[in-house]
Design a protein around this ligand. Structure first.
Ligand code: NAD
Ligand code: MG
Length: 383
């Protein structure tokens, strides 16, 4: 029996994790979970699962919930997240929080020797240079939940890492894959939120439309698989069937395929190195799919992807600036405050204004993240 702590249980990944765990309740037990502000969804989860510990964002929610569920230990805020991610009873922390907020609990969980199943890619984008050495130091496993990285991880199984020549990262292209830059000027939030292949949280759906998501994934892949940026190539693959590939020095390419279902990479991160049946899932029928398409992204059209490569290659604190500025710009677009193309303009502006710090500490990253967010707000004339 594996005891699991799910951070961000009320989100898209969190809810699918609950589903996977409930389908294999003889293997996994959720002993702790965190939710944000969506208390209605949290209460619904509590009708199906009884964790010992629950963390929420606000103290007030914490107090009310404690009265209503006296048998559960409630906590709140960042300290609460750290508390549940480091509980002695927890074996594995599945981090499905969105954004920079996932960083500190990941670090503390590693320091407490928890296996990490990582959906929260922002953690690696911002602090890969801190996280990867820490993983080695504490001898813990970090298992990717992101579908592309899970595919790469699976394609690397049993291989000699030194023989890898390239990571071939696939991208659906998001909601606006077929639009020209000119057509992107007037797209709406509603249109951006309609992803053709995946149903996900709002932030990552917008990131998929801008292609910042793929950019973040390039940086995530660099850290997870210890390759150079020149070794990571992105392909637009509209069908989202080939979840990513690895090319070896003998020209062999190994891929992982499947119907788009996030429960598979979630479950694999829990069951690794084992495999378990995936309940109620659709099997891939290549005959039904018929044709698969691949093309190289036009970096001018998908400028966000170019910015992410630039930030990654610059290194140091630059990916933190890219991420922080993007988090704010993404949320401003979602709230109807800026246009779609302004997202990348604001990120680029923050990157241009930033003086890079090499090898930034956690404290420096927290300051730089705050600076990037403020920079974006200042550009809009808001403090
Ligand atoms: P989501 O918005 O649906 O859920 C996010 C969860 O985090 C919620 O439970 C929310 O309450 C919680 N949360 C948000 N801000 C918080 C904060 N400041 N403190 C504590 N908790 C907070 O997001 P999602 O789509 O499930 O994505 C989660 C992470 O997984 C992201 O990093 C995303 O990039 C990654 N990811 C998601 C998918 C997907 O299919 N949804 C696929 C690959 C990777
Ligand atoms: Mg992905």
């Amino acid at each position: 029996m594996k005891n699991i702590c799910v951070l961000g249980v009320t989100g898209s990944i969190g809810l699918q994790t609950v589903d996977v765990v409930m389908n294999h309740s003889d293997e996994y037990h959720i002993v702790a979970m965190s939710a944000g502000k969506n208390i209605t969804v949290l209460k619904d989860i509590l009708t199906k699962i009884s964790p010992k510990h629950v963390c929420v964002i606000s103290e007030e929610d914490c107090r009310h919930l404690q009265e209503e569920y006296p048998h559960i230990h409630f906590c709140y805020g960042e300290q609460g997240l750290i508390k549940i991610a480091t509980l002695e009873t927890v074996d594995l922390v599945l981090n499905a929080i969105v954004g920079f907020a996932g960083l500190l609990p990941t670090i503390r969980a590693i320091e407490n020797k928890k296996t990490i199943a990582l959906a929260n890619k922002e953690t690696l984008v911002v602090a890969g240079h801190i996280i990867m050495p820490l993983i080695k130091e504490y001898g813990v496993d970090m298992l990717p939940v992101d579908s592309e990285h899970s595919a790469i991880f699976q394609s690397l199984n049993g291989e000699n890492k030194k023989t890898v020549s390239k990571i071939l990262l696939t991208a659906s292209g998001g909601s606006f894959r077929d639009l020209t830059r000119d057509q992107l000027k007037d797209v709406t939030v509603e249109q951006a939120l309609k992803h053709p292949n995946w149903s996900m949280g709002a932030k990552i759906t917008i990131d998929s439309a801008t292609l910042f998501n793929k950019g973040l994934e390039v940086i995530e892949a660099k850290w997870l698989f210890d390759v150079d940026y020149d070794q990571i190539e992105v392909f637009i693959h509209p069908e989202s069937i080939v979840h990513s590939m690895v090319e070896y020095n003998d020209t062999s390419v190994i891929a992982q395929l499947g119907t788009p279902d996030m429960r598979l990479p979630i479950q694999y991160a829990l069951s690794y190195p084992n495999r378990l049946p995936l309940m109620n899932s659709e099997r891939l029928s290549l005959a039904k799919v018929g044709t698969l398409h691949f093309s190289s992204p036009d970096m001018e059209r998908f400028h966000a992807l170019e910015l992410a490569y630039q930030a990654g290659r610059t290194g140091g604190s630059m990916p933190c600036v890219l991420n922080g500025a993007n988090e704010v710009a993404n949320s401003l677009f979602l709230n109807g405050k800026i246009s779609f193309l302004q997202i990348e303009e604001l990120v680029e502006s923050a990157m241009k204004a930033h003086h890079v710090v090499g090898n930034p500490s956690l404290e420096e990253l927290i300051e730089i993240d705050a600076w990037a967010r403020q920079h974006v707000m200042k550009q809009l004339g808001e403090e």
